[in-house]
Design a protein around this ligand. Structure first.
Ligand code: SAM
Length: 275
């Protein structure tokens, strides 16, 4: 296994994380002040890290051993081999680490999963923009949403999200491998994004997005367009220092009732679209 070691942390290297995933990283961890990105092949990277080799078996075994279940409100997020460790009374959210971001070990995923856990989504239509491993879309489906769409621009996330839906006991509908029957209705994963210029009819009651501040700014108009009046956004992936950009974007698009929750240097923002 090839390893690319880059000095810094998830927070200080937020923008570089996307470069690493885009270049084909299959996993990224933070250890002792450095980011360690694992690759199947050596990629061109315009960064100041160094390439090194690490034996496959050791890395896989160490990484798996180090993973622990994570509590996020009423959900306990765990890899499938630790399902038995989910405490009684908690809803299991089983996510196996793989090619897609979202195992619950990052603050932003945890913040968003906790926010979803505190809401009864029965009968609601939900969109998760940047669904990655599918974790937030799955959480919304488990909270009773009638219709959930998990959308990600990166095609490698689709098989991961489909696998994770199956891990959580969901069955694909006949002939539609990415659409699942859920307790409240359906969950669909698709490759794509929101179009800032799209002016289709609003169709969602809740939009969830764990992206980053600049992208929230770019997509805020599209968030407004796809949401029914008075609907909610749950946005995260926002570093505290970039929060003003998101506040301004929400204000510009007529969102009100902005509330913020902090975890370390990360922020989750909720707000409502105009009535
Ligand atoms: N939702 C998961 C979570 O909360 O852990 C994954 C979030 S991860 C930080 C961001 C995801 O957004 C990545 O899977 C990336 O491919 C996707 N993404 C980036 N830009 C996007 C865009 N413009 N539209 C849709 N997805 C995008």
């Amino acid at each position: 296994m090839l390893l690319y070691v880059l000095p810094g942390t998830f927070a200080s290297r937020e923008d570089d994380l996307y470069l690493l995933w885009d270049a084909g990283a299959t996993g990224i961890e933070e250890r002792a002040g450095a980011l360690r990105a694992y690759f199947e092949f050596q990629a061109e990277l315009p960064l100041d890290g160094v390439w090194t080799e690490e034996p496959d078996a050791d890395w896989q075994a160490d990484w798996k051993k180090g993973l622990r279940p994570v509590t996020a409100g009423g959900f306990t997020i765990a890899p499938s081999w630790l399902a038995a460790e989910v405490p009684a009374g908690q809803t299991p959210l089983l996510i196996d680490p793989g090619m897609a971001f979202g195992t619950g070990h990052h603050e932003t995923t945890r913040l968003a999963t906790t926010a979803i856990s505190g809401r009864d989504l029965s009968g609601l239509s939900v969109i998760d923009v940047g669904s990655g491993s599918g974790i937030l879309a799955l959480a919304a489906a488990l909270r009773g949403a009638a219709e959930v769409l998990g959308l990600d621009i990166d095609p490698v996330t689709l098989p991961a999200a489909i696998e994770n839906a199956k891990l959580n006991g969901l069955s694909a509908r006949p002939g539609t491998p990415a659409t699942f029957s859920t307790p409240g209705g359906t969950l669909t994963f698709a490759v794509g994004s929101l179009d800032p210029d799209d002016s289709d009819e609003p169709e969602y009651d809740l939009l969830i997005a764990n992206l980053y501040a600049e992208l929230h700014d770019l997509l805020a108009g599209a968030y407004r367009t796809v949401l029914r009046p008075g609907s909610e956004v749950i946005l995260t992936g926002i570093l505290q220092e970039r929060l003003p950009l998101v506040r301004a974007a929400l204000d510009r698009e007529g969102f009100t009732g902005v509330r913020e929750t902090l975890d370390g240097e990360w922020v989750l923002v909720t707000a409502n679209s105009e009535r």
